[in-house]
Design a protein around this ligand. Structure first.
Ligand SMILES: Cc1cc2nc3c(=O)[nH]c(=O)nc-3n(C[C@H](O)[C@H](O)[C@H](O)COP(=O)(O)O)c2cc1C
Length: 343
């Protein structure tokens, strides 16, 4: 598997192979802070042999409005030392560390009355109707994302990922379902993408030309509101705004396919962009993945549940046992704090 296990580069980040541990929230944090249990678990993740680890989603501001208990934070400087500890732990294993930055918007289940969003539209997943954000509030959140990225860089992390998928705030701005604004943040795709793009540009200005800024976006909307052309164009706009790579996601929880869920969309995006594109979701077969990396412009892959089911998966594949992952795509690991009940 000469492609899968060959080195790759994103911005100034060199990875020993093409595999990311896709963002995996473990719900162990206390007030956003990593616990000993988190550190122990991240050590096993670093040992798995992935090229880079994207952390579980970490809040950039308004922590009471998180989407569930135990969610990570990165909303003030008190977090710097723990990200530094985590980055050092990863670097010892030649693994890169990418914190994933998020604001949940209305995709949250705590402090519901405080939820904010692009417009006062009920979120069908959480049942929460947010308060429409003022332009001052948009500025505040933009600044919070930029400050969080600067913090991550100061802690020695190798880059950041903006969570623009799965119904969280940045995705809500992109979607015509959630975003009914008539100001410069609503209407055309350029307007709906403005917050995400401004955050990207702001991080680029603050962190320098080569600091990796990854962005996870949905190709396949959870609710109507983003067309395929919107998705592709968002990728192009992000590239112009200085993003270093795009990770493609979509509706993954109920998807029972044994093949990569978003292959055709990711392939199409990779053909349009010069920056690397990451395929995530439903990757179970290493030989199929190797073929994809050989035949298409897709440069990297993200794995989440297969590494929960079998932390030694990559070492097994690299050692020549290429039987596919036995992950059942059931997502029971979401409720069992990352121990697969079918292991
Ligand atoms: C336990 C668990 C936690 C997750 N946490 C996050 C998260 O914090 N941020 C995110 O973008 N995706 C999260 N995801 C989604 C994964 O990153 C990935 O997109 C999805 O699981 C599909 O990949 P897979 O088929 O390899 O599992 C999570 C998935 C699981 C199962």
């Amino acid at each position: 598997m000469e492609h899968l296990f060959s080195p790759g580069t994103i911005g100034n980040m060199e990875m020993k192979n093409r595999i990311f541990r896709a963002a995996t929230g473990d719900a162990h944090a206390i007030e956003g802070h990593y616990t000993d249990e988190d550190f122990r678990w991240y050590e096993t993740v670093a040992d798995s042999g992935v090229g880079a680890v994207i952390t579980g989603l970490a809040y950039v501001a308004d922590y009471p409005m998180r989407d569930g208990p135990g969610m990570l934070g990165i909303y003030d400087d008190s977090f710097i030392h723990e990200y530094r500890r985590l980055a050092e732990m990863m670097h010892e294993k030649d693994t890169r560390l990418i914190p994933q930055l998020v604001h949940c918007g209305s995709n949250m289940y705590q402090s519901k009355e405080q939820a904010i969003g692009p417009s006062a539209v009920e979120n069908p997943m959480s049942g929460v109707t947010p308060v429409e954000m003022s332009e001052d509030e948009i500025e505040r959140i933009k600044e919070a994302f930029i400050r969080a990225a600067v913090r991550a860089k100061e802690a020695g992390c190798d880059g950041v990922e903006l969570h623009g998928a799965h119904g969280y705030l940045l995705h809500e701005f992109l979607s015509t379902y959630y975003n009914k604004r008539i100001d410069s943040y609503g209407g055309s795709l350029e307007n709906r993408a403005r917050l995400l793009l401004d955050i990207c540009t702001g991080i680029r200005q603050e962190t320098g030309e080569q600091f990796p800024i990854l962005v996870k976006i949905n190709c396949n909307d959870l609710v109507p509101g983003i067309t395929n052309e919107d998705f592709l164009r968002t990728g192009e706009l992000l590239q112009e705004a200085g993003a270093s790579a795009i990770e493609v996601s979509g509706r993954w929880k109920n998807n029972q396919s044994w093949h990569p869920y978003f292959l055709s969309e990711t392939k199409e995006l990779a053909e349009r962009l010069q920056i690397p594109v990451i395929l995530t979701g439903g990757i179970r077969d290493p030989l199929e993945l190797e073929q994809i990396l050989t035949d298409t412009k897709i440069a990297f892959a993200g794995l989440c549940r297969p590494l929960i089911v079998e932390p030694g998966l990559l070492k097994r594949w690299q050692g020549g046992n290429t039987a596919r992952s036995w992950c059942r795509n059931c997502s029971a690991c979401l409720t069992t704090k990352l121990v697969c009940p079918y292991r």
